[in-house]
Design a binder for this molecule. Structure first.
Ligand code: IMP
Ligand code: MG
Length: 189
């Protein structure tokens, strides 16, 4: 008998609120390894400081850093944006700031999803003011056609339709971060 794929398995507890698989666990794993290889190559002479944007990027960060074959350093920041559960207002509040100095560092922001781009735009300005040598972005997901702020993203995992998604770090009201694939959310937010 064929075995169930991981995406079909073990999601019964979330089932009624999950729609289509947008990115499978296997697709994520393969892409994260490609990104890791690319980053290892691009930063070979100057290992980056990876800045994980909590909480959504935590799964991605954990996998990505292990796919990079360089002595990277990591740090975390937490931001919260005011607004409804499924839309950002663009007004960002820093909930936890970095512990390390960015002067002359090669900083790579590790983000879960770029939707309007407002959160990232804010973060870029905020961190850019601390004089890193370079400041770039690795985003797992970019929503198609949604960016209100022009972004240059050095690394992108997947471009996805504009639907609200959950899983692999992404939440709705703090739930479903622990799914290992990315699904459309079809419940009530
Ligand atoms: P932006 O400021 O509109 O680009 O939104 C970015 C932030 O909103 C992300 O870092 C997520 O925390 C959240 N977000 C945007 N789209 C989604 C989604 O589809 N699922 C879960 N969170 C999302
Ligand atoms: Mg986020």
């Amino acid at each position: 008998m064929g075995s169930l794929s991981r995406d079909d398995h073990g999601t019964h507890w979330a089932h009624s609120e999950l729609g289509e698989v947008v990115v499978s666990a296997k697709e994520i794993a393969d892409r994260v390894h490609e990104l890791g290889r690319q980053i290892s190559h691009d930063y070979a002479q100057r290992p980056p400081l990876l800045v994980c944007v909590l909480k959504g990027a935590v799964n991605f960060m954990a996998d990505l850093m292990r796919a990079i074959e360089l002595p990277v350093e990591i740090d975390f920041m937490a931001v919260s944006s005011y607004g409804a559960a499924t839309k950002t207002s663009g007004v960002v509040r820093i909930v936890k700031d970095l512990d390390v100095d960015l002067v002359n560092r090669d900083v790579l922001i590790v983000e879960d999803v770029v939707d309007s781009g407002l959160t990232l735009n804010y973060l870029r300005q905020y961190l850019g003011a601390r004089n890193p040598r370079t400041l770039d972005v690795c985003a797992l997901l970019v929503k198609e056609g949604e960016q209100r702020v022009e972004q240059s993203l050095k690394y992108v995992g997947f471009t996805i339709p504009a639907d609200f998604v959950v899983g692999y770090g992404l939440d709705v009201n703090e739930r479903y971060r622990n799914l290992d694939a990315i699904y459309t959310f079809v419940g009530e937010a």
